[in-house]
Design a protein around this ligand. Structure first.
Ligand code: IVH
Length: 666
């Protein structure tokens, strides 16, 4: 393509993508499908790859491709980023209001009420409408340059609808749902969990690799405009609507309030709305509306006198630890759990809190019998915030982690570099049951009716020893179980049957391979298209995939090499469980066959050997005539003879014709 044509098309694509991005991420009202959007992005990326010199600063590709940094540069804030004075009661809010009345010399003060988003303050510099730099608050005077990470937030406009030069401030946060998903993935991958969405957002913004930040579900609300060259607003309320017009996401619950009573009412409403909001807020902020009055009220050294944060009471409670028990997870991780005297916290009864690992127990100095502060955020597992040591009466007992697995009694180990103790016995009953539960869970094979208690029942009745056995269960066998009615049995068999048709990525995830979360499973399914290809994949091919690191690659290889795995896969295949990904990503499947050698044997159904050779060589692969240990793949058609035997002897990966087609179809 000519450069001129490319220049025009790229400008068009940037425009289109920015527009649809705005509909989707800012207005939450998409006008095209995700697939259509992906196609636009794909076209842009391909064109930019052809003409790297045409990449602009406001190209949407900045949202997904940033180079890792070794450290963040320092940014000096032109206007210091101050914090807010807090109010914790109606009385304190009333005092704030009276001070304003007095200082401003007016009876009725108009305030803007805004939810106080529980995230991190950021400052965003725009020059002539273009996003040029973004920084953290830091100590208020100097922050860190996190421009590339901010670019990964889709709702942040890279170009404004007006060529204005200004600094915009707002709050980066992680929506509850995204936070929960992230923690679920991290749990599956054996990584430490984030305590709350705020910490998760902070950790994500401070990632040196923007590719990691891009995977984190961050979002942004803006609330102020500093130093702007257009005189289009003389109140906070007008600034908020100007920000909206410029293309930013402004919180929808902001409200213009006259007088203290309305302010109090706003606080009450927001507090009631709080649990239902898709993000966390920790209070409301009241700001004097008119900028002239703001100026008149002025600042103290740390905060404006014209604003206040009225904080909600925390979702915390006090209770006692009755006991500390340990739980054995699917991957053998042994986690300590605090068994609590039940308490009511943000609408639900809490009986347990996770203590994560021994290190945390020691760090927080938790003992059995301690009185503790418990915190619960959203649907996350409650946590012990701290021990009230002054409540200790001498009867408290320290807790030590067991040196044997509570389920199978085998010795437990701490693997190098890991915080958790692990039971390494793959046949450990607790692990087997957890694996069945995981296999059936939502996001995995989604087998409704197969939860914790039934999984344990099936295992202990010796009906199911591994997930492969699920598909040979019969109505008679189920009928023999306690509390199992005819209807539930039929339902279970029905959902088992339906689950056979699940796309490959669900199956990969369901197998519970260490470090392979939902995301990695999708990626692997998209790349390989068929399970046998994944099982046979070389280490180099795995790590060549973006986002698949050595840890995942080794874990995959280890998993597929195990005899136990082979047995399970055979059972699944016999049962007719789907091993294919319908919509695999053809672009990505196009693997580079350079350096790979193949031997063809037997009769192929759909092409001649010569055609197969051409196709393999067309991808840079080599086709050899005899089997030796230097061969990577043997393609075995019908009536394959001695070559197949030899390949099996040498441990060479054998692919069928279908696998070859899948490999080449990319
Ligand atoms: S205004 C000079 N508005 O709360 C005042 N802050 O405790 C600047 N925050 O650092 C802040 N939502 O991180 C403002 N609607 C909102 C906010 C908000 C959350 C955070 C912000 C600030 C902190 C102050």
């Amino acid at each position: 393509m000519e450069k001129e044509v490319a220049t025009r098309r790229l400008a068009e694509l940037r425009e289109l993508i920015a527009e649809h991005n705005y509909y989707y991420h800012v207005l939450d009202a998409p006008r095209i499908s995700d697939t259509q959007f992906d196609l636009l992005m794909k076209e842009l990326l391909e064109l930019e790859a052809l003409f790297p010199e045409l990449v602009t600063d406001d190209s949407p590709s900045r949202r997904i491709v940033g180079a890792p940094l070794t450290s963040f540069a320092e940014v000096q804030h032109v206007v210091p980023m101050l914090s807010l004075e807090n109010a914790f009661s109606e009385g304190e809010l009333a005092a704030f209001y009276r001070r304003l009345q007095k200082n401003l010399g007016i009876e009725r003060v108009t305030l803007v009420g805004e939810p106080k988003i529980d995230g991190l303050a950021v400052s965003l510099y725009y020059e002539e409408g273009k996003f040029v730099r973004g920084a953290t608050r830091g100590d208020g005077y100097r922050g860190e340059d996190i421009t590339d990470n901010l670019c990964t937030i889709w709702s942040l406009p890279l170009r404004l609808r007006d060529r204005i030069t200004a600094e915009v401030r707002g709050e980066v946060y992680m929506p509850r749902q995204g936070f929960e998903r992230l923690n679920r993935e991290r749990e599956q991958e054996g990584l430490s969990l984030f305590a709350n969405p705020r910490n998760a957002a902070a950790g994500s913004l401070r990632q040196l690799d923007p590719a990691v930040a891009a995977q984190r579900p961050l979002d942004l609300f803006v609330y102020s405009l500093v130093n702007f060259n257009s005189a289009r607003g003389n109140s906070q309320w007008e600034i908020l609507s100007l920000l909206k017009e410029l293309g930013f996401k402004v919180n929808e619950h902001v409200s213009l309030l006259t007088g203290l009573a309305e302010a109090l009412n706003f606080y009450k409403n927001m507090n009631e709305m709080r649990p239902a909001l898709p993000y966390e807020i920790d209070g409301v902020v009241f700001k004097v509306n008119e900028l002239a009055y703001q100026q008149k009220a002025g600042f103290t050294s740390r905060a404006p006198r014209w604003a206040v944060a009225y904080k909600f009471t925390a979702e915390e409670g006090i209770t006692r630890i009755r006991d500390i028990t340990v739980n054995v997870g699917r991957t053998g991780a042994i986690t300590p759990l605090a068994e609590l005297e039940p308490l009511l916290l943000s609408g639900s009864v809490i009986k347990r809190a996770s203590l994560h690992n021994e290190g945390i127990i020691r760090e927080k100095d938790v003992m059995i019998g301690d009185t503790v502060v418990v915190h619960k955020a959203g649907e996350v597992i409650p946590e012990i915030v701290r021990v009230l040591k002054e409540e200790r009466r001498g009867g408290e007992r320290p807790f030590t982690m067991p040196d044997h697995c509570p389920s199978c009694r085998k010795e437990v180990y701490r693997l190098p570099g890991e915080a958790a103790l692990r039971c390494l016995n793959p046949a450990c009953p607790a692990q087997v049951v957890e694996r069945i539960i995981h296999f059936a869970s939502r996001g995995a094979m989604d087998i409704s009716g197969l939860g914790e208690s039934l999984a344990a029942q099936l295992y202990h009745a010796r009906l199911v020893n591994d997930v492969g056995d699920l598909y040979t269960l019969t109505a008679e066998e189920l009928a023999g179980l306690e509390r199992m009615g005819e209807k539930s049995a039929t339902n279970l068999l029905g959902s088992l049957e339906r689950s056979k048709k699940n796309p490959l990525h669900r199956l990969i995830y369901a197998l519970g391979i260490r470090f392979v979360g939902e995301r990695a499973a999708r990626l692997l399914a998209a790349h390989f298209g068929r399970l046998p290809l994944l099982a046979a994949a070389a280490y180099e091919e795995l790590v060549a995939l973006k986002e698949i690191g050595p840890q995942i690659a080794l874990s995959l290889q280890d998993f597929f090499r195990q005899e136990e795995t082979k047995k399970i896969l055979l059972k699944l295949e016999r049962a007719g469980v789907n091993f294919q990904e319908e919509q695999h990503d053809r672009g990505r499947l196009r693997m580079d066959l350079a350096g790979k050698s193949f031997v063809l044997t037997g009769t192929l159904q759909h092409f001649t050997r010569e055609q197969a050779r051409e196709m393999i060589e067309g991808r840079g692969g080599k086709v050899l005539s005899s089997v030796s240990k230097n061969v990577d793949y043997l393609i075995a058609g019908e009536k394959a003879g001695s070559k197949l035997e030899k390949a099996l002897d040498l441990g060479i990966t054998v692919l069928g014709e279908e696998d070859l087609t899948a490999l080449l179809d990319g």
